[in-house]
Design a protein around this ligand. Structure first.
Ligand code: C2E
Ligand code: MG
Ligand code: MG
Ligand code: MG
Length: 279
């Protein structure tokens, strides 16, 4: 009986494993085909100045609108794209698309910066910084308007190499954001070693803004960032009360559904011009 059960379980597990492997293989194929079929689109989430309420910039966030599955969130495919290397190809598309959109907006008189999320594999690709700077030159883009969002994860790996590349980009004038600060393998030494202009406090800290320890963390991160000459950005703001609190601790900027969810380019333009009118 036990032997029989054992064998059944074995069958069960291999079938389940096969299914998982099949799903990954299918997703892998669909993800690559989606680039050919133009199924990716960038959405843009505004970044707001806390004291004036003005839109300072946007963060580009990828969306995959799949013909069959409708909407696939980035958390469902970015990790796989990083694992199988497809992010290198997709990353090139993301950078080109974001820079082209920046130029269109600049030429329309929309004066904002644009932030692009760069994954570790993409960043560590040979000559990433050279190709990136070449694109800025070619499109005559003011590098100060371009912000690269990286995570602590990048800084851990090959840290001397990463430091060199970040310094090249930063010296050229590109702004660097440290994304999701406080969640990863946070080491305060990173803040000293790397040229970071913006510290983005992860939503998890903002969710906990009401507790006394939550307040201590937020206030300390904001002070520390500012003393290190960084701008501090709060992520995932959903309530007015959070904004009120962030103002009391003089946080610089915020993003979140409270002001706006990520929007397609046209919806962002409407929001931008409305925001100008409100001033
Ligand atoms: P992230 O860079 O930290 O982006 C912030 C995420 O929080 C976005 O999710 C955004 O939609 C979401 N968010 C913003 N405000 C709020 C809020 O008030 N409440 C809640 N609940 N969520 C909020 P999204 O677009 O699903 O992206 C998730 C992650 O996927 C990103 O985290 C980033 O790590 C990655 N990702 C997205 N687009 C790209 C891309 O173009 N390239 C790369 N390499 N990674 C990307
Ligand atoms: Mg980001
Ligand atoms: Mg983030
Ligand atoms: Mg995040």
């Amino acid at each position: 009986e036990a032997k029989k059960l054992g064998r059944n379980q074995y069958h069960f597990f291999t079938e389940e494993l096969n299914e998982t492997v099949q799903k990954v293989i299918t997703l892998d194929k669909q993800m690559r085909q989606a680039l050919i079929d133009n199924e990716y689109i960038l959405y843009y989430q505004p970044k707001i100045d806390l004291s004036s309420g003005k839109i300072l910039g946007v963060e580009a966030l990828i969306r995959w609108i799949n013909k069959t599955n409708k909407f696939v969130p980035p958390s469902d495919f970015i990790p796989l794209a990083e694992e199988n290397g497809f992010i290198k190809e997709l990353g090139i598309w993301i950078v080109d698309e974001a820079l082209n959109q920046y130029v269109k907006w600049r030429d329309m008189g929309i004066d904002i910066s644009i932030a692009i999320n760069i994954s570790a594999k993409q960043f560590l690709e040979k000559d990433f910084e050279i190709k990136f700077i070449e694109k800025l030159e070619e499109k005559k883009i003011n590098p100060a308007k371009i912000n690269l969002e990286i995570t602590e994860y990048i800084l851990m790996d090959k840290s001397d190499y990463v430091q060199d590349i970040l310094n090249i980009l930063h010296d050229y004038g590109v702004r660097i954001s440290l994304d999701d600060f406080g969640t990863g393998y946070s080491s305060l030494s990173y803040l000293k070693k790397f040229p970071i202009d913006y510290l983005k406090i992860d939503k998890a800290f903002l969710d906990d803004y009401e507790s006394s320890s939550g307040k201590i963390f937020l206030e300390t991160i904001v002070k520390m960032g500012q003393m290190l000459k960084m701008k501090v950005v709060a992520e995932g703001i959903e309530e007015q009360e959070q904004i009120d609190y962030l103002k009391t601790i003089s946080c610089d900027e915020y993003q979140g559904y409270y002001f706006s969810k990520p929007l397609n380019n046209e919806d962002f333009e409407k929001l931008y011009f409305n925001n100008l009118k409100d001033e």
